[in-house]
Design a protein around this ligand. Structure first.
Ligand SMILES: [Fe+2]
Length: 246
């Protein structure tokens, strides 16, 4: 896909890349970094064993900036892509998410200030939140101050990709990568039981084709404004042919 779409940079949300479907491990993070430039996380950042060392040693990964200052890892980071310095931060929403009391709006303000001071030409904010309204509000709050505000966490891609005033690419949720016949990537029967009141735990789904969801953002190299955004979606049947949806 890097060749096909002529991508200069790839940022991946890796918070549920661990084999159990929650958190990140050294193995899952390293595998993703063999094809991507930078990783973001979310509320499950610390759920898998071994995360601590990986987050302390690897500079190409950020956990939510509104976690505690003493928590492992960084909430913001930079990488170079084709001579352009790209700053990335990850902020966690608070509506229907209990993990942090620190506002994602304030956390984003602080991260942007630091990334600009460190020379970022472009800034991408991974808006990791449950409520679409909170993500929309953050998009408008940051419009014109960063180049992209892309949502994650709810796993279902939204059809609202747009360029906000001031040249900020926006999408409420870029969607997940996982099995299509699932409930947000988990076994659909397990999840159904949960909603029916029978908590028996949930396991990663194995049914149906595998789908990769994302967003493709184009920036003007001179002005550093976002000039285009669209959805990217690819479907594969394990052992079968690669499908192409969009
Ligand atoms: Fe999440």
């Amino acid at each position: 896909m890097r060749d096909e779409l002529q991508l200069d940079a790839v940022v991946v949300n890796a918070e549920n890349s661990a084999p159990g479907g929650r958190g990140i491990t050294r193995e899952s993070g390293s595998a993703l970094l063999s094809v991507a430039d930078f990783l973001t996380l979310g509320n499950h950042a610390f759920d898998a064993e071994g995360y601590e060392e990986f987050l302390e040693e690897e500079e190409r990964v950020v956990r939510p900036a509104n976690f505690g200052d003493k928590d492992p890892g960084q909430g913001r980071g930079l990488f170079e892509a084709d001579g352009v310095s790209v700053g990335v931060t990850n902020v966690l929403g608070r509506v229907f998410v209990d993990r942090t009391k620190v506002s994602p709006f304030e956390a984003a303000d602080r991260a942007i200030e630091e990334l600009r001071a460190r020379g970022a030409d472009l800034i991408l904010v991974d808006s990791h939140a449950e409520a679409t309204s909170e993500k929309q509000a953050l998009g408008y709050y940051l419009a014109g101050r960063v180049q992209a505000v892309l949502g994650t966490h709810t796993h279902v891609p939204t059809a609202d990709s747009s360029i906000l005033p001031g040249g900020t690419a926006y999408m409420t949720d870029v969607g997940m990568t996982g099995c299509t016949e699932s409930v947000i990537g988990f076994d659909r029967e397990d999840f159904l039981s949960l909603f029916m009141g029978d908590w028996r735990g949930i396991s990663v789904a194995t049914l149906g084709p595998v789908v990769l969801n994302g967003a493709l953002v184009e920036f003007d190299p001179e002005t550093h404004l976002a000039v285009g955004i669209g959805r990217v979606q690819r479907e594969w049947t394990p052992g079968g042919a690669q499908g192409r949806l969009q």
